[in-house]
Design a binder for this molecule. Sequence first.
Ligand SMILES: Cc1cc2nc3c(=O)[nH]c(=O)nc-3n(C[C@H](O)[C@H](O)[C@H](O)COP(=O)(O)OP(=O)(O)OC[C@H]3O[C@@H](n4cnc5c(N)ncnc54)[C@H](O)[C@@H]3O)c2cc1C
Length: 373
Amino acid sequence: MTTSTDLIVVGAGILGLATAFTAREKGMSVRVIDSADRPVGSSIQNFGHACFTGQADIIQGVAEDSRAGWLRAAQAVGFWAAESGTYIPAMTEVELQVLREFADHRGAGQVTLLSGAEVAAGVGNPGLAPVGGAHLPRDVRVDPREAAPALAGWLAGNGVDFEWNTQVTAVADGVVDTVRGPFAASQVVVCPGYRLMGLFPEMAERHGVRVCTLAMSLIERPARIPAGLGMLTGTSLTRYDGFTAMPSVAALRAELREREPELVGCIANLMVTGIGRGLLVGDSHAYSLSPEPFIDESIASLLLGRAGRLLGIGAPVVLQRWLGQYADSADTNLVLERPDGRTTVVVVTSGIGMTLSFGIAELALNGGNVAGF
Ligand SMILES: Cc1cc2nc3c(=O)[nH]c(=O)nc-3n(C[C@H](O)[C@H](O)[C@H](O)COP(=O)(O)OP(=O)(O)OC[C@H]3O[C@@H](n4cnc5c(N)ncnc54)[C@H](O)[C@@H]3O)c2cc1C
């Protein structure tokens, strides 16, 4: 058995890395173990959209902690984190009504209602004619292909030990068994993402953890569209728990079923974010324990067409396509369990793990939890 550390983190996705970063800030010695040779899971496949404001009221404290953690990490490591917020064009009166209700509920510090012209300018398409819209100024943008790898590199250069290419086979009572032998620690935080089933099958089954697959594209960004763009749309208002608590969301769901049956059919959350190389466009949602790898071209082109319409891009130049994967559960947004006195297991079971990562890292380390989330 190798020398014991204060903390072992299993999984070098954003949840594990945020936990390692936070533990290091607290002065703990840390070892990170991952079966891959670098971060390649959900944490590099996403929009890099830290959408704090759209999350449920009950998790706003964790979201605030997470925002502060993201900004501290970006400052320390030097990766891009833009406090550019999120624009939401309202294309119908019902969408605008949901945004009005949300603005009333959260207040001016979190939600700024905009005119149609203002939101069109915000997304870089003066030709768009929304009936109004909103800006969520607290939301933050990062580049998912940069943030987790840069954070891992910085941690490795600042005293955190990494065991890459090392599959973990079991975790209990401060001992982490791996294909390269056991490691010991006073405390272990396990962040395996959608591979929870491989380590804690009973826990995964109890929470109905499954894999969500999402059709994604990277397209060229016309210079008029801001590099730090974060844009949600009407379908997003029916997905994130902060918005779905608003009274007019039922009417919006009915309207979308009439107006956008194809988007509703593929469970779309139509959204676009900018990164240095281009625009990330998505996404659809499909659920399975063992998903197939195929991207349905009709869904990919539907999403590109609808995003292009909002951004005034007639013929998007596609640079990459991929099928993203994240852990999901129909029952809960967060699995946070302590199977023994030294082990904490954390999986965000919804597409919001980038947003909440640093706040959840704090919870994992301080013995906290969020009931009913
Ligand atoms: C297309 C897409 C879009 C998304 N958009 C957003 C968004 O805009 N905003 C947002 O907040 N969230 C978004 N998400 C969700 C977000 O990406 C995830 O919630 C988050 O990245 C989960 O991080 P993680 O560290 O738990 O998982 P991962 O990044 O998957 O990391 C888990 C790590 O654990 C390792 N591992 C697993 N099992 C073992 C084992 N037995 N032994 C050793 N290592 C192991 C894996 O190799 C992996 O490196 C999106 C996800 C996708 C796929």
